[in-house]
Design a protein around this ligand. Structure first.
Ligand code: GCU
Length: 358
């Protein structure tokens, strides 16, 4: 039962007492700084310009249904130019088209999680970022890729970890696609799975050019409420993946109650934009119930702004029931930790429905 579970966790409230909607954006910025300081680390400012050089164009890709291009994006950093590739697939359909910026575990087009043909068949363009092109997913002392371009010698515990770096990369792709007439700038979304689901949420919270986001099986330090969650805890995550976060986060290992926030407050910072979460029944490590709770509580911020957040009841929803009536959506499927074709279709359908409602 959700309500009893919420009460037993002693969670920080989403909004301060007697809060006014007119204070929302200032509060949001304040909370973003808090999450940066204690969890993900601060991102540098956006570069003045992002340059692009298209190195490959494949007309009639994917059974002739789309054009595929590979473009090198580059921008200035304190230690010179940094460059990374992005792959864009734009279907031959009526333009401008909605776009998903997809943080991928693998280079284009490989990978079990990216059903490119299904995505373009839904009338979406797709930008694929191979996340390790931004910085290696290793505890490498921040020596690879983007990490190496910034001095960390003065780090007092809140300099960016890799999740922030990957989020920063997705925002640079966002800069680039602003220049493309084939893309509908009002309908650009960010989607990722697992560690990249954490990244998609953190990215879209900060970068309001994203019309919405989808976070797949993101679990601990993603969508799931941290206090008393099942499965992975801060201690587990900072031991195995210290490089994902800023150093300050480590002090909360085994001390979740001391965190000056919880993850439902991060989800709330998406308000009033659409945000969809897919979870899997057997994904105990993530804890689907703690993710549902997070959306349920975050809805308060949506209500403040005059829209529905999660439209669901006070019990955990059963497998297969998609809750899509509000701006926060949730769907639990059978099976385990994975980003399935069905999950993808759920995200796209949800984004479509939300765009119509606007
Ligand atoms: C590990 C980690 C999770 C993470 C996942 C992934 O299981 O503990 O926090 O989400 O890897 O990114 O695949």
């Amino acid at each position: 039962m959700l309500l009893q579970d919420i009460l037993s966790r002693k969670l920080p409230p989403v909004l301060p007492y007697n809060f006014k909607a007119s204070d929302w954006e200032a509060y949001r910025q304040d909370m973003i700084r808090r999450f940066a300081k204690h969890e993900y680390g601060f991102l540098p400012d956006a570069p003045e310009a992002v340059r692009s050089e298209t190195v490959l164009t494949e007309e009639k890709a994917w059974a002739g249904k789309a054009v595929h291009s590979e473009t090198a994006l580059s921008f200035d950093t304190p230690r010179g130019e940094f460059s990374f590739p992005v792959h864009l697939v734009v279907p031959y359909q009526q333009q401008p088209l909605p776009l998903v910026i997809y943080l991928s575990f693998t280079p284009y087009p490989a990978g079990k999680y990216g059903p490119i043909e299904e995505i373009i068949d839904q009338g979406y363009a797709l930008a694929v970022i191979d996340y390790q092109e931004l910085s290696k997913d290793e505890d490498d002392g921040f020596t690879s890729g983007l990490a190496a371009m910034y001095d960390r010698s003065q780090d007092e515990g809140s300099m960016w970890g890799k999740i922030s770096m990957w989020a920063y990369g997705a925002s640079r792709v966002m800069d680039y696609v602003q220049t493309l007439p084939e893309i509908d700038k009002r309908r650009i979304y960010c989607v990722g799975h697992s560690r990249l689901g954490k990244t998609a949420l953190w990215c879209a919270v900060q970068d309001t050019r994203f019309a919405g986001a989808g976070s797949n099986c993101s679990g601990c330090s993603g969508v799931a409420v941290t206090r008393n969650k099942k499965g992975e805890l801060i201690e587990d995550i900072v031991t195995r993946f210290p490089h994902w976060f800023c150093e300050n986060y480590r002090q909360y290992a085994g001390a979740e109650d001391k965190l000056p926030f919880d993850q439902h407050q991060l989800v709330a910072l998406m308000a009033p934009r659409p945000f969809f979460v897919c979870e899997a029944e057997d994904d105990i490590w993530c804890d689907p119930e703690s993710e549902y709770m997070s959306l349920y509580l975050a809805s308060e911020a949506y209500h403040l702004l005059g829209v529905d957040g999660l439209v669901g009841n006070r019990d955990y929803p059963p497998v297969g029931r998609a809750l899509t009536a509000g701006k926060l959506g949730y769907r639990l499927r059978g099976g385990n930790h994975f980003m399935s074709r069905h999950d993808w279709l759920m995200y796209l359908q949800f984004f479509n429905e939300q765009a119509v409602k606007k």
